[in-house]
Design a protein around this ligand. Structure first.
Ligand SMILES: *Cc1c(COP(=O)(O)O)cnc(C)c1O
Length: 374
C-alpha cells in the first residue's frame, strides 16, 4: 500500500487554537464592517513591521500588487520593465496589464533566479523598472541590481510572491527596492483563504498613490482623481493572515528542515538542486529537483502516491498569451531548460519525517532501477 504524500494540507495550518480565529471571523461577519476595516489596518501594520518596512497595503492578489505598484510608479505605455524569462505568468502579465513592455533576461543556471549579468545590456532609455523574482523562496541578491538602477534612476520592484520571510545579507525581501509585492494565494507560504496580496514600501508618496489606485482612484469619497482599480484586502482575509503571520517563521523553519533532508538524502543521485548561498534565508515555497528524466520520474512518483508536480512547464516567452512580443525559441536557453527539467517534490511545513523518508525512497528507487541511473 503506497503511503500518500499530498502537496497541500491547508487544514494542518489550523491547530487547536483555531477557535480564537473562528471567534474573530464570527465577529467580523456579524459586525458588518467588511471594507478597509480595523482588521485590515492591523494586518498592514504587522506585515509592514515583519518585512521591516514603513508601510504595507493589502490588495486583492499578488498580481494586483504588481500591477498597482507599476501604476503607482507611473509606468505605462512606451515604458520598459526588465524581468526574467523564468517566472510565473503573473509577473509578466502585470507589466502588460500596466500598458508597459516586458523585457526579459534569461535565468541563471545554478540559482534559478534572474541572471543579473544580462541586465545592463537589456537597459534602454525607456527602461523604468527592474523586476526580479525571489523564485521558489530564494532571495535574489539585489546589490548588483541596485547598482545598475541608481545612475539611471530606475526603480526596483521585488516580486516576493513566493518569498515571505526570506532575507539576504540580513535584509528582509520586499523592502530592499522601491516596492515589494506579495501574494497570499492559498498555495503560498503565508496563505489567505482565497486570493489576497500586499505591497510593502518605505516611500510615503508612492503609498499615497497606491491608496488612491486600489480604491478606484478616489482621493476622498466620490472624489475620483484618476482611473484606478478596485482591489482592497478583505477584512476576513486580513484576520486570517494576522493569525497566521505569527506562525510564519516557525513554518518557514519547518520547510527548511524538509529541504535540508531532501538535499542530504538525495545528494548522491543524478539530480541537481537550486544553489544555496551564504547569508541568505531561503523559505522554500517550492523544492525543485532538476533532471533530464523528469517525465518518467514524475510518472513514477505519482504512481506511488507522491504528489509531485511540474510548475510552469511552458516558459513565459513561449506562452500563447505573450506570442505578440515575438520571443523566439532558443532566445532564453536556460529558462527553457529549467522549464523542461524542474520538478517540485512535496513541500509542506507540516510534513512528517515518515513522509519525507517515503518521498526520498521513491525518488531513490526510480534512479536505482536499471536504465535510469543516467
Ligand atoms: C503567485 C505569484 C504571483 C501572483 O500572485 P496571485 O496572488 O496568484 O495573483 C506573482 N508572481 C509570482 C512569482 C507568483 O508566484
Amino acid at each position: 500500500m503506497p503511503l500518500q504524500c499530498p502537496r497541500y494540507n491547508y487544514a494542518a495550518q489550523f491547530g487547536p487554537e483555531v477557535d480564537t480565529l473562528l471567534g474573530e471571523l464570527r465577529g467580523i461577519l456579524l459586525g458588518g464592517n467588511y471594507i478597509l476595516s480595523a482588521e485590515v489596518s492591523r494586518f498592514e501594520q504587522t506585515f509592514a513591521s515583519y518585512t521591516n518596512c514603513q508601510f504595507a497595503r493589502g490588495v486583492n492578489s499578488g498580481t494586483d500588487a504588481l500591477l498597482i505598484s507599476l501604476m503607482a510608479l507611473g509606468v505605462g505605455k512606451g515604458d520598459e520593465v526588465i524581468t526574467q524569462a523564468n517566472t510565473f505568468h503573473a509577473t509578466v502579465a502585470a507589466v502588460q496589464l500596466a500598458g508597459a513592455t516586458p523585457v526579459l533576461v534569461d535565468a541563471d543556471e545554478d540559482s534559478f533566479l534572474m541572471d543579473v549579468t544580462q541586465v545592463p545590456a537589456a537597459v534602454t532609455d525607456r527602461t523604468r523598472v527592474l523586476l526580479p523574482v525571489h523564485l521558489y523562496g530564494k532571495p535574489t541578491d539585489l546589490s548588483e541590481l541596485l547598482r545598475i538602477a541608481k545612475p539611471q534612476q530606475l526603480h526596483l520592484v521585488e516580486d516576493a510572491a513566493q518569498a515571505h520571510g526570506a532575507s539576504i545579507n540580513g535584509q528582509q525581501v520586499g523592502g530592499i527596492g522601491t516596492a515589494g509585492c506579495f501574494s497570499f494565494h492559498p498555495s503560498k507560504n503565508l496563505a489567505a483563504a482565497g486570493d489576497a496580496g500586499a505591497i510593502v514600501s518605505n516611500d510615503r508618496m508612492l503609498v499615497e498613490r497606491i491608496d488612491c489606485l486600489r480604491s478606484l482612484g478616489q482621493k476622498g469619497q466620490n472624489d475620483h482623481v484618476v482611473v484606478g482599480v478596485n482591489s482592497k484586502l478583505d477584512a476576513v482575509q486580513a484576520s486570517i493572515l494576522s493569525w497566521k503571520l505569527g506562525r510564519l517563521d516557525e513554518w518557514n523553519r519547518a520547510r527548511e528542515r524538509v529541504a535540508d533532508a531532501y538535499r542530504v538524502r538525495l545528494e548522491d543521485l543524478p539530480l541537481t538542486f537550486q544553489r544555496t548561498d551564504p547569508d541568505e534565508r531561503h523559505v522554500y515555497h517550492l523544492f525543485q529537483v532538476r533532471t533530464k528524466r523528469r517525465a518518467a520520474l514524475l510518472a513514477h512518483l505519482r504512481r506511488n502516491g507522491v504528489d509531485a508536480v511540474v510548475r510552469y512547464p511552458i516558459a513565459v516567452p513561449h506562452q500563447p498569451a505573450f506570442a505578440h512580443w515575438g520571443w523566439r525559441p532558443g532566445q532564453f536557453p536556460v529558462a527553457e531548460r529549467l522549464a523542461n527539467e524542474l520538478l517540485c517534490l512535496p513541500m509542506r511545513p507540516d510534513m512528517q519525517e515518515a513522509e519525507v523518508e517515503y518521498v526520498c525512497r521513491r525518488v531513490r528507487d526510480f534512479f536505482n532501477r536499471e536504465g535510469n541511473a543516467q
